[in-house]
Structures are given as C-alpha cells and as structure tokens.
Design a protein. Structure first.
Length: 224
C-alpha cells in the first residue's frame, strides 16, 4: 500500500504514527506541500481535493486520515479500533469530536494563521479578530477535554488502552507546541500527551515538524 503524505502535514502524521506504531508497512511518497505539488495536475488527478494524505491499496484510493486509519486498523485487526460495537462507537465519537470541534478552532483558527503564510487572514484587524475568537473557543474545548473527556483517571482518551482516537487527537493537540503552549493549565491533557510522546514511533515521525517548530523559536504568538 502507498501513502501520499508530507511530514509537516498534521493529518499525514496521524496515519504515519498509527502505521509506524502498529508495524503496518506502507510505501511512503512525499507530496511537497511547500512547493505546491499538491495543487498540480498530477496529484489533483489522484485527489481532486488537493490534500494529503491519500492511501492507495491496489486500485482502491482513500482520502481523509480518519477513514484511512480505520481502514488500516481493520485490515490489521488492530485492537486500537475495537470490534465491540459500543467500544468502537466511543472511538468514533472521540475522533468526530476532534475533527468537528477543536481542530477547526485550534488548528485552522489559532495556530495555522500564525505559522503558515497561506493561512494568514487579510488585514491586521481580521487576523487579530480571528485569533482572539479562536483562542477563546480553543480554551473552552481544551477545558472540556481536560476535565470531562480525559479526566484524572484515564491513561488514554477512551480508557486505559490506546485507540485510533489517541493517534488522531494527539497530533492536533501537539500543534500547541508550535506556538509555545506547554499545557500547564491542562494537567490531564499534559499527562495523556506524555503517554503519546513516549511511544517509540513519536520521535522519528516528528523529526521534520520539530525542525520547523525550532525555526519559529523567538517569535511571539497568541496562545492558550
């Protein structure tokens, strides 16, 4: 199976982390987001959304990182995507929560407009308003995650075993490190992220994005 990806892509790292951690062999093909390769005709023919990741399994193509990791988990029989109907529904619920709620405010509202020029809003007033709104909304989501969804007793999002929700959610929360947040106000999130960052696959998968984060050191960001 082939994965079209880029190591600076949050959603690509979701798939890369899961596959690496679970020992699932993939043929990785980089699509260079920084030169605009994803917008060119050859890749647009593969994914008309012009986004990574994309999984190819023979003649079958699949987009969207959530769908891809579910497909890979089912193929591998991974316990990270449990067969029990209610346990699986809980994993799906948490993945939907991250995608539908916190990621749009934290990622696309607060972090990406500050670190990627293509996401910066037009004009200082619009940029400032976007960041203020997203900061406040992100704080609400983080408090909910810390207090209610993780709480003091669980090691992972859906209990004491790692699930697909952890691979997805951890990549989104890890973005906070790009803008200097140490999660000190959210001890349960911080503890959970410690478990995720201790995985053997974390360091090799995050080498490129860590290098990019290092290049941002010294800048001032609106953070939460």
């Amino acid at each position: 199976m082939k994965l079209y990806f880029h190591p600076a892509s949050t959603t690509s790292r979701v798939v890369q982390m899961f596959a690496t951690d679970q020992g699932i062999a993939l043929d990785y093909q980089v699509v260079d987001l920084f030169t605009g390769e994803h917008m060119q005709a050859p890749f647009a023919a593969i994914n008309p959304n012009c986004l990574v990741p994309v999984l190819e399994d023979g003649g079958f193509r699949l987009t969207e990182c959530s769908a891809i990791v579910k497909y890979l988990a089912d193929q591998a029989g991974s316990p990270a995507y449990p067969r029990d109907l209610q346990a699986r529904a809980r994993v799906n619920e948490m993945m939907d929560w991250f995608n539908a709620n916190i990621y749009k405010d934290l990622g696309y509202g607060l972090i990406y407009p500050q670190i990627f020029p293509g996401h910066k809003r037009p004009g200082d007033a619009v940029q400032a308003g976007t960041l203020a709104w997203a900061r406040d909304k992100s704080g609400i989501w983080l408090k909910t995650l810390d207090t209610h969804l993780i709480g003091p007793d669980k090691a992972y999002l859906c209990g004491n075993s790692i699930s697909l929700a952890d691979y997805l959610g951890a990549e989104m929360i890890a973005l906070l490190g790009m803008i200097g947040s140490d999660l000190a106000a959210y001890p349960n999130i911080r503890r959970w992220m410690g478990h995720m960052m201790a995985l053997k696959s974390w360091a090799p998968v995050h080498g490129v994005i860590n290098g990019f984060a290092a290049s941002l050191k010294g800048q001032t960001f609106v953070t939460v």
